[in-house]
Each structure stands twice: as C-alpha cells, then as structure tokens.
Design a protein around this ligand. Structure first.
Ligand SMILES: [Ca+2]
Ligand SMILES: [Ca+2]
Ligand SMILES: [Zn+2]
Length: 447
C-alpha cells in the first residue's frame, strides 16, 4: 500500500482561442504552451520532500518542522505564471488549510520551504497541493500526501552531539599512539624519528577531519534546502573530554577481531547512545588505518606510497637527509619532488581516512536503519551480511550509484580518496535528511 501519492493533472480550458492576424504564430506558441502544461504526469510540476527521489520518499514520515518541501517548477515560465503559484497545505484530520506560497524561496526552478515551527503542523496526514495558472487560465496541479509524526524521545541527532576522533589510542601500551606505528608500515614514519612521525600524524588527522566536515556540511545541498549552508549539527573534534554527548572513535592499531576491516563502528539505531566508545580492541571497534594495505594492488596506493616503501624502491620518511626540513616547510612551499610526494601522501591518506571516518561515524549516529521508511531508510538488515546498515535502493539491491553509506567493501581506494568517477563520496539525500532530523523513524513493534 502506498501511504501517499503524487500526481499532476491538467484542468481548465486546454484549448485557447487564437485571435487576430497573428493567430498562426499564436497558435504555435499556444500549442507548445499547452504541451508543457499537459506535462508528463508530474514531471513538470512536482512536489518533492527533502530532495529525495519520489520512489524513496514515498513512505517517509516527517516531523512537524525542519523538513524541506520543494515545488519543482516547469522550465521557462513567464513571471506572471510563476507568480500564480499557489501552494496549500491541508490537515486531513481537521480540514484546516494553510496557503504558503508567499513563504517559498525560489532558486534554480525550485520553490522551497524549510518548514518552520511557526507553521504549526501537527501529527497526521497532510495534503499538499500546488497550482500554477497561466494567462489563459490553464491550470497545472500537483498533489501529494505526507505523514507528519511526533518525535518519540527527541530527534536522533539534535544539536549537541560530538564525535571525538582519537588518534592517540595506545592499544599496544608502548607509550606512543598506535597511529604513528601504522604510519611506519607505510614508510611515512621511522621509529628513530618520533618527532617527524608526530608531525605527519597530525597533518593527516587534520586533513581527514576536514574531509569529514565536508561530508556533513555538503556544498551540493542534498536536501535542496536552498540555504547557503545546511550543515549537520554534529561537532567533529580531534580532542575532547568524555561527556554525555561525546562518541569517541579511536584510530590506529591492530584489528585483531576483524582483520582486513578498516573501520568497525557499531550501528546505533536512532542514535540511542549519544555517548559511546568505539575503542575496545577486544570488540574490534575503531578505525584501523594499517588495514588499508588491502589496497596494495591499487595504482593509487603505489603512486602515493611507492616513494616511501623500501619494498617498492622508496625511502622511508625520515631516512632522507632533508625530510625534517621538508615537513617543516610543507605549508609554505614545496618545490622538490620529495616535498610534493610527502604532500600528496598526506593529502590522499588524509582524504581516504576522512572518508572512512565520515562513514563510520554515521553508523554511530544511526545510519542506515534496515527496512523501508518510516521504520528504516532502505538499509540492509543483519541477515543481509555486508549490506547490514548500508544503503540499498528502493528495490532492495545495492545502489548503482556510489554513495558514502554503501557497503564499504565495494569501494576502490580511488573512491575513498575522492578520486573516483563520482568525486568525493557523499551521503545520499535520504541519509542526509536523517542526519538533519528531517525524517522520523518509528518502530511499529514498540508500544
Ligand atoms: Ca602504541
Ligand atoms: Ca550513537
Ligand atoms: Zn559501514
């Protein structure tokens, strides 16, 4: 059963009367006009929710505020027709109607409203109707029904959540961060030059953190809010004290329980635990950069690490005389080949780790819940193996497009580095809507 439907219908006079000598011209124009207004059943005037494609958005449950309503307008409208837009919300339970066209902001052919609290929506079915009228009184109508739900226990993300990426974890108890040891494995550090290891580790951590921030502060406006910035309200820090809203994810060391897994952070349905620790080696929790070795056949791996791996004819960072100087001057200028190689390794490794950190932290925030909306967000269930807590499409298959929350086993190193065909992996719009508290998940099995 479909919980909502959307359609676009034509009403009013379809044929206009052409007047006068320019009737022929006028008729041609009118015919085009009519064709456009007839549309392809909703393809020209459409109502969208959170920028999510119709098939995925069909069953979503929405909170009373904060979600994004889009009216996708036909192209090349006259100003008068564009201004004729009427958008009405009707609460089905009470019949109460609100006209909101004057609150919409139009950009790029889409009229948008980030539903404010002041609209006063409450739980129940809501009908949305959008109407355009041209100069000849032809009407183009789009219609859609959505379900508004109350939050149960507060929004999953809220505004206070902190993710602490801890690069200082010392699982092996040697008094040094394990991450520095991991770098030795890549020729990016030497035991006898701990000072350089520290510098490289700090640079990679910062680069990775910036990549995480980009994932959660997407510049491509996934929910089509039209806002200049639409960032997820989670703070990502490299240092933080424990607290009720701090989730600590440790990076570095051996993954004894899940070798060959770069990241292993528990899926936390609806972000029930705002505070947690993904650092226990006996649970294999955390991020394990040393396991990036699984990509050693990749050309990118060879390109960025070849210059530093002795097995590949490289020289480990710290073993060459002026490495210290190179590291000290990276931010100002690098003209030497060695300097550029160091910079490139830091950038690519930082971006790769940052992509994994963005993915893993999203598991801790509740992505991707199994099932269809409103219970889930098209995530795989435990019995789905590698698809567990990862994106599936509306048909239950792994998505054709590369999204950040797809099963990580399907990514190449290039994808993680943001150098694959889609560029930086990003959250699909439905994932992003969840992170922005724009959808409500309700477990019907609960009272
Ligand atoms: Ca250690
Ligand atoms: Ca959590
Ligand atoms: Zn995952």
């Amino acid at each position: 059963m479909s919980r909502s439907d959307s359609r676009s219908v034509l009403s009013g006079p379809v044929l206009a009367v052409a007047l006068g000598l320019i009737g022929g011209l006028s008729l041609v124009a009118m015919a085009l006009w009519d064709a456009r207004f007839e549309g392809e059943r909703g393809s020209l005037l459409a109502i969208q929710i959170n920028g999510v494609e119709e098939r995925m958005a069909r069953d979503v449950l929405l909170p009373s505020q904060g979600w994004v309503l889009q009216i996708v307008l036909p192209p090349d409208l006259t100003a008068a027709t564009r201004e004729s837009l009427i958008v009405t919300l009707r609460a089905e339970r009470t019949g109460e109607m609100i006209e909101i066209a004057d609150q919409l902001v139009t950009h790029g052919g889409v009229a948008t409203l980030v539903v404010p609290e002041s609209l006063g929506l409450y739980a129940g079915l809501l009908s949305i109707r959008a109407t355009l009228t041209d100069e000849q009184a032809h009407e183009l109508v789009a219609y859609r029904r959505v379900r508004i739900r109350r939050w149960l226990g507060g929004p999953p993300i809220g505004s206070r959540q902190i993710i602490h990426f801890d690069f200082t974890i010392d699982r092996d108890g040697d008094g040094r961060p394990d991450f520095e040891r991991d770098l030795e494995g890549y020729g990016l550090a030497l035991p006898e030059r701990p000072d350089l290891a520290k510098t490289v580790a700090a640079r990679i951590a910062e680069r990775a953190l910036a990549r995480v921030a980009r994932a959660y502060d997407a510049r491509d406006d996934p929910n089509r809010s039209g806002l200049a910035r639409d960032q997820v309200y989670v703070r990502f820090l490299l240092a933080a004290d424990p607290g009720p809203f701090v989730t600590r994810i440790c990076i570095g060391g051996k993954n004894r329980d899940h070798p060959k897994s770069i990241g292993n952070v528990r899926f936390d349905l609806r972000n029930e635990h705002k505070s947690s620790k993904e650092c226990e080696s006996d649970e294999g929790a955390g991020l394990f950069p040393a396991e990036l070795r699984i990509y050693e056949q990749s050309p990118l791996y060879d390109e960025i690490l070849g210059p530093f791996l002795t097995a590949r004819g490289g020289v480990a960072l710290g073993a060459s005389g002026d490495d210290g100087e190179i590291l000290a001057s990276l931010e100002t200028s690098t003209s030497s080949d060695r300097g550029r190689a160091v910079e490139r390794a830091i950038e690519v490794l930082g971006d790769v780790l940052g992509t994994v950190m963005a993915h893993e932290s999203a598991h801790a925030l509740g992505l991707v819940p199994a099932g269809r909306p409103g219970v889930g967000l098209f995530g795989g269930a435990e019995e789905d193996g590698a698809s567990y807590a990862h994106n599936l499409d509306a048909l239950g298959e792994p998505p054709g497009q590369r999204w950040l929350m797809n099963d990580g086993g399907r990514f190449a190193l290039e994808d993680l580095a943001g150098l694959g065909e889609v560029g930086e992996l990003r959250f699909r719009p439905l994932n992003y809507a969840y992170l922005k508290d724009r959808v409500v998940l309700i477990d019907d099995r609960r009272p």
